[in-house]
Ligand binder design. Structure first.
Ligand code: BGC
Length: 367
């Protein structure tokens, strides 16, 4: 029986190999993909946050499955000179495409000029790279919508349209060099600003400006230190000055805020509404423990798959799927973008979203 099927299967496989081989020969861009499927440089910002490890691993796996060789590097602990040196090396080694999640969106202009001269297409991954004509495409989640979801969650949880307040709130966003905060924070403020204006929401610190509430390196420790300051300056406590919500742009900042509040005596029974983003394992555990109210889930598997599709299209000389040609201007013009859709994660749906979908195992959340 086996033999009967053997020949047709081999013939089909040979035919596929021939077609793939011919397609690779005909592809534009770098010259060596006919032999080896092409080499892709992947530059991630840091290993210190869970999501970038996942992004890097997903990209590597999917690119290798698609037949590419992968040079995956992490920029130390968010160290710009390390990332620049790694990208320089990738360019010098002749990669066919660069995929970059920038540590600082403004610090790659020079190194990417070299990529452009060498004709290497650049995909900005998750974070837009600013002020360079070298960026070919951008793939990310709808970052404004992420912020809107956080703002909307607070609006609904406190019933802001119907309650007079005042409700007390503080704000935390991310690194000032990450262009994404220019979408996350205004997205949240597009919902919440009206309530600050009419006094329904009050930030006792008076810190509601994006740069006042930024967190260098998206660091948990920096967020914790700032929250500790806000607690002592404003006497926030479960029995004293109330604090109803803390709008955090992501989970690493939310975790710092949660630590500070827990240390100040807050518990699941009186914890302010804390928002987040990424559904990091620690934050999911905090949601289960009643210490963080929500997170925005951005399935890194989807983002990686979209980017691999982009790479394949580039290597085959085709136009990749693009669904936004309006919103992402990097200072040199609009960058054609593919936006994926984020989803709100809460205690109600985290199982379905994260465990049933295979994103995490049960053990990762409960061990
Ligand atoms: C990403 C977030 C992440 C943050 C910190 C942002 O650019 O979009 O998902 O939480 O960086 O790493």
């Amino acid at each position: 029986m086996k033999k009967k099927y053997f020949r047709p299967v081999v013939a089909v496989m040979l035919a596929i190999l021939l077609v793939v081989g011919l397609a690779a020969c005909g592809a534009g861009g770098g010259g060596n993909q006919a032999d080896d499927g092409g080499r892709i440089g992947v530059s991630m910002p840091t290993r210190s946050l869970q999501r970038w490890n996942q992004d890097g691993e997903n990209l590597q796996r999917l690119l290798e499955e698609a037949g590419f060789e992968v040079d995956l590097q992490f920029g130390g602990e968010n160290e710009v000179p390390v990332q620049v040196a790694q990208i320089e090396n990738m360019i010098a080694s002749g990669v066919d495409v660069l995929i970059i999640a920038a540590i600082d969106g403004d610090s790659l202009t020079e190194v990417l000029a070299t990529a452009e001269e060498a004709g290497i297409p650049v995909i900005a991954y998750d974070r837009l790279i600013m002020n360079t004509t070298a960026v070919t495409y951008y793939a990310t989640f709808d970052n404004f919508l992420v912020g809107e979801m956080q703002g909307r969650f607070i609006e609904e949880a406190l019933d802001l349209p119907n309650q007079p307040g005042p409700f007390y709130i503080e704000f935390f966003t991310g690194d000032p060099g990450d262009n994404n905060i220019n979408f996350f924070f205004p997205g949240a403020m597009s919902i919440l600003q009206q309530y600050l204006d009419d006094g329904t929401l009050v930030a006792l610190s008076g810190q509601t400006d994006i740069l006042q509430v930024a967190t260098p390196g998206w660091s948990t420790e920096a967020a914790q230190a700032r929250m500790e300051n806000l607690i002592s300056m404003n006497n926030y406590s479960p029995t004293g000055q109330q604090l109803h919500a803390v709008m955090c742009s992501n989970d690493s900042t939310a975790q710092g805020v949660t630590n500070a509040l827990v240390n100040a005596g807050f518990t699941a029974d009186n914890m302010p509404i804390i928002t987040g983003q990424d559904c990091d394992i620690i934050s999911v555990r905090n949601m289960v423990a009643g210490l963080q109210a929500m997170s925005v889930f951005k399935d890194t598997r989807t983002l990686a798959a979209n980017v691999v599709e982009m790479v394949i299209a580039i290597m085959e000389g085709n136009e990749p799927p693009i669904n936004d040609r309006e919103n992402y201007d990097n200072g040199t013009g609009i960058i054609p973008t593919f936006l994926s859709v984020p989803v709100v994660g809460t205690i109600e749906n985290y199982r379905e979203l994260l465990i049933d979908s295979g994103y995490y195992t049960e053990d990762q959340i409960y061990s």
